[in-house]
Design a protein around this ligand. Structure first.
Ligand code: 13P
Length: 281
């Protein structure tokens, strides 16, 4: 029984100065690969699925699988609803047993963001679940749409949202973006520093795919406790399927094993960079 609240993981990461990987998953093979990596490295992890991915991974089918996998894992695992924009979907994920939700009202004016975040904080409290909010806008949305133009988080807005809505974690825009970076990302560590001073909560870095190991480590030093990785795992699983198509032994079960290993390798690599190995207890 290792399904835990995300807040517990982030507070331990704060205390012991490491980052927890929040790995986006879309099917059973990815869930199995993530848990295999976490168990092997004795690391806490967060399994997450974003609202825009639900056409591929329907919540009512996929959520019970994620929750069951977390419950039977030998390491602490939080199950998180990523980039929730609909109150109804967020509530459904909580009803299905997720221990954490994100309300992403970052495209709205700050007053509206605060109002929507407060509503979700109140809802999640009924389930004892953790809430992540976002201030500032990342280049590209989770599904590769949206504007490539990023708007940095304003530390004053971070402070205001934290004080008025009291989420458990806040995601920042500091030059990070979802998907593949067109050029090397240049993170603004000054925005991170000021945001950390402004709000006493664990901070979240989205757009982990393509960020250098060195920058990940600087982010963790600067107070980032949850790091989202999606595209790199999707690419690793797709590459594993391509490799399978060239292999001698072609049957469904070999394909399935190779996809599990594709996810596992990528997630393992990130856990080692984030410093969460041997932090399960
Ligand atoms: P990447 O797809 O860039 O890794 O971003 C993942 C993410 O931030 C999910 O919310």
């Amino acid at each position: 029984m290792a399904l835990v609240k995300m807040k517990e993981l982030l507070l331990d990461a704060e205390k012991r100065n490491y980052g927890v990987g929040a790995f986006s998953v879309a099917n059973m093979e990815m869930v199995m690969g993530a848990i295999k990596a976490a168990e092997e490295l004795d690391s806490p992890v967060i399994l997450q699925v974003a609202q825009v991915r639900l056409p591929y991974s329907p919540l009512e089918i996929f959520a019970p699988m994620m929750v069951a996998a977390a419950e039977k894992a030998e390491v602490p695992i939080a199950v998180h609803f990523d980039h929730g924009t609909s109150y109804e979907c967020i509530k459904e994920s909580l009803d299905l047993g997720f221990t954490s939700v994100m309300i992403d009202a970052s495209t709205k004016p700050i007053e509206e963001n605060i109002k929507l975040t407060s509503q979700v904080v109140e809802l999640a409290a009924r389930y004892g679940a953790t809430v992540e909010a976002e201030v500032g806008q990342l280049g590209m949305t989770e599904d590769g749409k949206g504007s490539a133009m990023a708007i940095y988080s304003d530390p004053l807005e971070v402070k205001e949202l934290y004080e008025k809505a009291r989420p458990d974690a806040i995601a920042l825009s500091i030059g990070n973006a979802h998907g593949i970076y067109k050029e090397e990302p240049k993170l603004n560590f000054e925005v991170l520093r000021k945001s950390r001073e402004a709000a006493g909560v664990p901070l979240v870095l989205h757009g982990g795919s393509g960020i250098s190991d060195e920058d990940f480590k600087k982010c963790i030093e600067g107070g980032i406790r949850k790091i989202n990785v999606a595209t790199a795992t999707f690419m690793a699983v797709e590459a594993a399927a391509r490799k399978y198509s060239e292999s001698e032994k072609r049957d469904y079960f070999n394909l399935s094993n190779m996809m599990v290993l594709g996810a596992y390798e990528n997630i393992k690599k990130h856990i080692l960079v984030f410093g969460s190995e041997n932090k399960a207890n």
